[in-house]
Ligand binder design. Structure first.
Ligand code: DQA
Length: 144
């Protein structure tokens, strides 16, 4: 099974940005967790982070015909991006949305998720572990 993990803007600053909200673990820690999970679950995992909306759309389109499942934390684009929503709908690849923080308990503008409308499931507030949960969910439901 091949899984694409997509991370949006400022997630490369994990460990530096607002540690009270996102924790002290760094982006390198996240990459390590992804690698370990992929190895343990015998999954081929491709990771991509970008601060640019169009790059994330390009990567979703690239995944068409190549990838079996997408884990996506669109970060701030969660609350604005119809383009990412449309890209996920266009490729029809099973996707799980992850948020490190519990967005439900934060500002009202974080209550809407456009990409989430095209996702099978949303995991929020579980920290970096949420990514592992998302990978396991995709494996359980979509591994052939
Ligand atoms: C986030 C939540 C978003 O509201 C925020 O813009 C982020 C990170 C999270 O993982 O909790 O950048 O997606």
């Amino acid at each position: 099974m091949k899984i694409l993990v997509l991370n949006g803007p400022n997630l490369n600053f994990l460990g530096i940005r607002e540690p009270g909200i996102y924790g002290k673990n760094t982006f390198a820690d996240l990459l390590r967790l992804l690698e370990e999970t992929a190895k343990a679950e015998q999954i081929e995992l491709i990771q991509y982070q970008s601060n640019h909306e169009g790059d994330l759309v390009d990567k979703i389109q690239w995944a068409y015909g190549k990838i079996d499942g997408i884990v996506i934390n669109p970060a701030a684009y969660t609350h604005t991006s119809v383009a990412i929503l449309d890209a996920l709908k266009a490729v029809s690849i099973p996707a799980v949305e992850v948020h490190i923080s519990d967005v439900d308990a934060r500002e009202p503008f974080r209550q809407i998720s456009y990409p989430g409308l095209a996702c099978e499931k949303t995991i929020k507030g579980h920290g970096l572990e949420g990514y592992r949960e998302a990978i396991l969910y995709l494996k359980e439901h979509y591994a052939s």
